[in-house]
Write a protein that binds this ligand. Structure first.
Ligand SMILES: [Zn+2]
Length: 194
């Protein structure tokens, strides 16, 4: 928002908890128990009153994901939730729009961009993310990956194009290293192969 996005639609059904306060910048102690999407909309409008922010306190599902993603130019997955990732990937494949995907766990962060029709989709790739919920151990890690994710989104919206299409960037906080691996389109992909 501070970077100049015109409009953003936020979807999150969860509420602000104590565990959220050490790794994000939008929520305050007084927000505890309130819907994250609603509070995020309020804070983002305070930061930049000239943008459109729309919040939906909803669980993303097959029944609503296409409606909620309608008219979006870019999808952003910061959910750390494989089910949500799969739903957004379906939309990206159907609408042939980019999906900028970040995931953090323990001391590791992962970032890549899927763009069916131009590169691999999430179902083409084997991302090696944990199957159960393992939260980031230190607060700055989600901030690091979130800032990189925002940079990638602004690159795409600004016409520079994605830096991470077909590349998975992994940050290891234990060694302070960035590594990357190449991922390719799977011609037999059940989601994006035509
Ligand atoms: Zn695919």
């Amino acid at each position: 928002m501070a970077g100049g996005l015109g409009a953003m639609r936020l979807v999150d059904d969860s509420r602000v908890s104590l565990a959220d306060l050490n790794h994000q910048v939008l929520f305050r102690e007084r927000d505890l128990g309130k819907a994250k999407a609603t509070m995020a909309e309020r804070r983002l409008k305070e930061i930049n009153p000239f943008v459109t922010v729309e919040s939906h306190v909803k669980i993303l599902s097959e029944n609503n994901v296409f409606r909620l993603a309608a008219s979006c130019d870019v999808l952003i997955d910061a959910s750390n939730n494989a089910g949500v990732g799969s739903l957004l990937n379906l939309v990206a494949a159907r609408q042939q729009i980019p999906l900028v995907h970040a995931w953090v766990w323990e001391m590791t962060g992962l970032l890549t961009t899927f763009w069916p029709s131009r590169g691999p989709c999430q179902a083409c790739a084997d991302l090696e993310t944990p199957s159960n919920h393992r939260p980031a151990l230190l607060g700055p890690l989600p901030g690091i990956m979130g800032a990189l994710q925002a940079l990638e989104v602004l690159r795409i919206l600004g016409g520079l194009g994605p830096a991470l299409l077909g590349r998975v960037l992994t940050f290891k906080g234990t060694q302070f290293t960035f590594t990357e691996k190449i991922i390719r389109v799977n011609p037999l992909c059940p989601v994006c192969a035509v």
